[in-house]
Design a protein around this ligand. Sequence first.
Ligand code: DGL
Length: 279
Amino acid sequence: MDKRPVGVFDSGLGGLSAVKAMLRYLPEEDIVYFGDTGRVPYGTRSEKTIELYAKEDIAFLEKFNCKLIMAACGTVSSVAKEAMSHVKEPFVEVVTPACAAAVKATVNQRVGVMGTSATINSGSYEKEIKRRNPAIEVTGVSCPMLVSLVENDWIDSDDKIAVEIIRRYIKPLMEKKVDTIILGCTHFPHLAPIISKVAGDGVQLIDTGYEAVMRAKSILAEKDLMNEAGHKGVSKYYISDRTQNFSDIANTLLGTDISDQANFIDINKFELDLNEKDL
Ligand code: DGL
């Protein structure tokens, strides 16, 4: 048994899709979430910048003495190899568990991946799927505008503009007749109803946040790091910019109001801004 919190980070609020799954499947765990709302998006930035941001995000979470850290960000998981390799705690990224699920799910051996430009250019999902099964054909599409749709709360399944943007983005996947699509960015599960509507019933969607949480759950169990059964987990949220519609978006994505638990942190000098009581 281990009472320390689990740390989760993302470039913004998309990683709340992983937190949502964590609240459901690991309800006894305390969570510290960091959303880098001041520097989102990561997916259009260079490898060097993504590495630097990931290092800072991890260093911030390490201050909380986390028992496990999760990069709930497809871009960090795909690009920040160096930053991830130095994490001292058990670490979960989203690419490996999502690929394992996709390889299991596909029947026609054709998998599509939707991700940020950095994720798709890295070829991370394709490499991991091919490593598991070289016969699977993988088609990736960069969907940078979807991050803005989520961050701006345009996620209603009747939203004509969102539907049209998604239709255009997934056209190459439909042409390849994929039967499985990895939502390779943690912002995208929030658009799953629209993606599913556009792709049709025969296409399974893989939710990276959910798969990562399942991976975290088995690591915690294997290493005997689960919190006390029956403990009601407490979550703390830190963001690097209190964007105007933060509360509304977080509420929509998580299904619960977290404005009272959200703290602003200047990620460039967090040691100065964090009070002792926060640690
Ligand atoms: N949530 C990030 C990811 O999973 C994407 C958003 C971004 O570009 O920062 O890739």
